[in-house]
Design a protein around this ligand. Structure first.
Ligand code: ARG
Ligand code: ZN
Length: 470
């Protein structure tokens, strides 16, 4: 009010007009449209600007016989700018209604962008709730590298959802970029006879009319949307606990149960080993989902319960569990930072092997340098084809150099700083960015600060060097 006084002195008529106008609109908020993507270097349209999600509440009813999903997503977010409209990422499906703060909102769709225009502009800093009702047959996507992701139907009559990098937009609307992490409650309602499994802890299992059961899953720690999962099928479920009390829930396709039993029995031991190596396990629960073979060509570190494409090996389970620290808790800022996931998870396999009667990490490293497949089968792969911190294109973000040369970057650091400092670095990195996001530049700065050594040669040759380091 006070700041209107000078205006009134100069032009009383104008001041009255301004007061009347602001009275008419009912608010002085001046929003503008949120960006349609966060300009990821590899997936520029993934994610959206102008808000950060705090929580996703997903109520999903799935009819496996028809392959139809009926969903309600309640997305609680905070505006990071004044917003006249904002986008959600959604692929396929039909949007039936959108409400913002309880009021009907206008919306339209182009490609994988759902643009929502609330009845009233949102203020910077405002926490607002968006409810999207949607339905239809979710469809899998084909990645740039040719692999399948998103909602994938399985040969047991069910389905499984995996979302790296952008497949989660096939089953719920959201801010589908790893830079926006949120907590989740995912309730899956399925016909009796099916189990329904998701991230976090099973809060309740409730009988619903019409021979259906609702499984309510609660994921209280921040999660990047690519790590969300839903697995529906006639799974064989077992529960247990790690020695330090973390709940373990495994869901295994019955035909894979025999071949999975021995390795899954070691999940508690592996979680405990990771805690010893990398610091406290970042989540309240752990586990595994083993889907029927042929559904998927790879495993994914879906948060708390990795998805395996059939009975896994010991190395694969260790790899996906290591991602819980590196990838899931410390998540990449962009898809360019994939080696922070894959290099670390691969190196964790090397560490596990050297402490469990396998080759040492030094032997592994040498095997790659020499192409010696008797130590590591992958040693003659194109591990040196490009620098791990700069994959040439979106079809390379899961390429061999991201995994193997990424692991070799870590081993080069270890060679430079010694075992004690290297151990402290891994632990410190996981602690410093726990439940957050980090980039390659964050890591290189942290590594030099933490070890007190210049590692420039390692970055120049191994991490960023276009030429093969050997
Ligand atoms: N992040 C997964 C893992 O290494 C692999 C995902 C592979 N995805 C792909 N599109 N090739 O555990
Ligand atoms: Zn991995």
């Amino acid at each position: 009010m006070e700041n209107r006084a000078p205006v009134r002195l100069v032009a009383p008529g104008l001041a009255v007009l301004l007061v009347l106008l602001s009275g008419c609109t009912g608010s002085t908020v001046q929003g503008r449209p949120g960006a349609a993507g966060v300009r990821d270097p590899y997936f520029p349209k993934a994610g959206n600007g102008g808000y950060q999600v705090e929580h996703y509440g997903l109520e999903l009813d799935y009819d496996p016989a028809r392959g139809v999903l009926d969903g309600t997503a309640v997305i609680t977010a905070r505006a990071t700018q004044g917003l006249s409209s904002f986008n959600l990422d959604l692929s396929g499906l039909r949007v039936d209604s959108v409400r913002v703060q309880g009021e009907g909102a206008r919306y339209n769709r182009t490609g994988n962008e759902l643009t929502v225009r609330p009845a009233e502009d949102l203020e910077k800093g405002e926490v607002f709730s968006t409810e999207v009702r949607y339905s239809g047959r979710p469809k899998a996507l084909s990645d740039p590298d040719g692999s399948k992701e998103g909602w994938i139907t399985t040969s047991d009559g069910g389905a499984v959802a995996v979302g790296e990098p952008v497949g989660s937009m096939t089953w719920f609307p959201g801010n589908h970029h790893p830079s926006d992490k949120a907590t989740y409650d995912i309730t899956l309602t399925v016909p009796d006879g099916f189990e329904a499994v998701s991230n976090g802890e099973l809060r309740s299992r409730t009988q619903r009319p019409g021979g259906r059961t609702a499984f309510a899953w609660h994921n209280p720690e921040p999660m990047a949307s690519y790590l969300a999962t839903a697995a529906i099928g006639p799974y064989k479920v077992s529960t247990g606990r790690t020695p330090s009390g973390v709940g373990v829930y495994t869901a295994v396709s019955p035909r894979e149960a025999g071949a999975s039993a021995e390795v899954l029995a070691r999940v508690p031991e592996m979680v405990e080993w990771g805690a010893g190596r990398f610091g406290p396990y970042p989540f309240g629960t752990a586990g595994a989902i083993v889907v029927p073979p042929q559904a998927l060509g790879y495993a994914l570190e879906t948060q708390t319960k990795p998805v395996y494409p059939g009975a896994p090996t010991e190395e694969l389970v260790l790899h996906e569990l290591a991602h819980q620290w590196f990838g899931d808790s410390v998540s990449p800022k962009s898809w360019k930072d994939m080696w922070l996931n894959e290099g670390f998870a691969t190196y964790a396999e090397w560490l596990w092997a050297e402490e469990h009667g396998g080759p040492t990490a030094e032997e592994r490293f040498r095997a790659f340098v020499d192409g010696d497949t008797s130590v590591d089968e992958a040693a003659d792969s194109d591990w040196d084809a490009f620098p791990p911190a700069a994959p040439p294109g979106p079809d390379d973000i899961s390429g061999n150099p991201v995994y193997y040369r990424g692991a070799m970057v870590l081993h080069r650091i270890r060679q430079e700083v010694g075992d004690a400092k290297f151990s402290a670095l891994l632990r410190g990195w996981a602690a410093d960015h726990r439940h957050g996001n980090a980039s390659t530049a964050d890591f290189t700065a942290y590594a030099e600060e933490k070890t007190g050594q210049s590692l420039k040669q390692v970055w120049d040759v191994w991490l960023y060097g276009e030429e093969s380091p050997v």
